[in-house]
Design a binder for this molecule. Structure first.
Ligand code: NAP
Length: 306
């Protein structure tokens, strides 16, 4: 794979930015990778582990001369970061992001950017519950989808280059309109996270009654919930605050279905339960056939990444 950008600036140096740095190096996609983070501690760790070729003190410095700028901060930080970097962007540069919500990020970032740059929102549908500069790894995006959300004004060459970068990092690239993205992700990621958070919270309350039994006897189902519920609190707070309508819509539907299942249990309607679980089992099979998970008993996750 040949070089796609001479200089890439990563703003924020956590799981996603770190994984991008490793994946870009794996395929030699960038001439120079420059990075910055809010805290001195993260910048120090990034320098220590050689995460980027150069770590700057500020985002304004990081974007100087960059052909591609990637905003890898929580959604609530996109607005101030865009405001800070805007006057320092190189004309002709592409600005993109990795935020888990698209409409709110577009509204936060686009108004600050000069007409001389290309803004192409993006979201890699890949992650773990780990965060910080040490958590990234080159394989994170392999065979996962990355969604790009260009609009009718997007420059085709800038779009083709960003697509090539994500493909070079191992991803399958799809284009999706921002509102559609936010609704799809509310179903596939945001509502499930909220349900996991709730279930772990309920178990925690119960634990006070039953002492350590919940932890001691937790089987795979509950352990998977605890893994999801260990995800970064800032990131997920921002996801829900910024994908409010779609998440509330899906949670409304979820609640209705939950009541229907609750009723089936109360009335002993085994047919309802069996039909429902048969339908959901087929969905799982579809995910495996699409190559988006494995049918290994531990979900193919193996040992957690460092
Ligand atoms: P992370 O590991 O927690 O890293 C976040 C980075 O943003 C850190 O370098 C942090 O700096 C910086 N930051 C935090 N608050 C900031 C602020 N107010 N101003 C400036 N910088 C700030 O996060 P991540 O998992 O890489 O997530 C980054 C983005 O990717 C988020 O928008 C998230 O929605 C999206 N995303 C995440 C996942 C996932 O599974 N984690 C998947 C896809 C997309 P310090 O370290 O100095 O605090």
């Amino acid at each position: 794979m040949s070089r796609i950008y001479d200089r890439v600036a990563l703003i924020g140096l956590g799981l996603i930015a770190g994984s991008m740095a490793h994946a870009m190096r794996r395929a030699d996609l960038a001439g120079e990778i420059v990075g910055t983070a809010r805290s001195e501690n993260t910048r120090r760790i990034a320098r220590e582990i050689g995460l980027c070729d150069r770590v700057t003190e500020t985002a304004a410095e990081a974007v100087e001369g960059a052909d591609l700028v990637v905003l890898c901060v929580p959604i609530g930080a996109m607005d101030p970061v865009a405001r800070e970097i805007a006057p320092h962007l190189k004309p002709g540069a592409t600005v993109t992001d990795v935020g888990s919500v698209k409409r709110a990020v577009i509204d936060a970032v686009a108004p600050h950017l000069p007409d001389t740059v290309h803004f192409i929102p993006a979201h890699p549908l890949a992650g773990t519950e780990h965060s910080g500069p040490r958590s990234g790894f080159a394989e994170l995006f392999d065979n996962r989808f990355t969604v790009l959300s260009p609009d009718e004004t997007t420059d085709p060459d800038a779009l083709a280059r960003l697509r090539a970068l994500w493909e070079g990092m191992g991803a399958n690239v799809e284009e999706m309109e921002p509102d559609r993205h936010d609704l799809v992700l509310a179903v596939t990621s945001h509502a499930p996270h909220l349900i996991a958070y709730t279930m772990v919270g309920v178990a925690d309350d119960l634990r006070r009654v039953t002492d350590s039994e919940v932890i001691r006897y937790s089987a795979a189902g509950f352990r998977d919930f605890t893994r999801i519920a260990a995800s970064d609190p800032t990131m997920w707070r921002d996801v829900f605050l910024n994908n409010k309508d779609a998440t509330l819509e899906i949670l409304g539907r979820f609640t209705e279905e939950l009541f229907a299942l609750q009723r089936a249990i109360r009335t002993g309607d085994g047919d309802h339960l069996h039909d429902y679980f048969t339908r959901t089992r087929a969905i799982r099979r579809g995910i495996i056939e699409a190559g988006q998970d494995t049918d290994a008993p531990d979900f193919g996750r193996g040992a957690p990444k460092p």
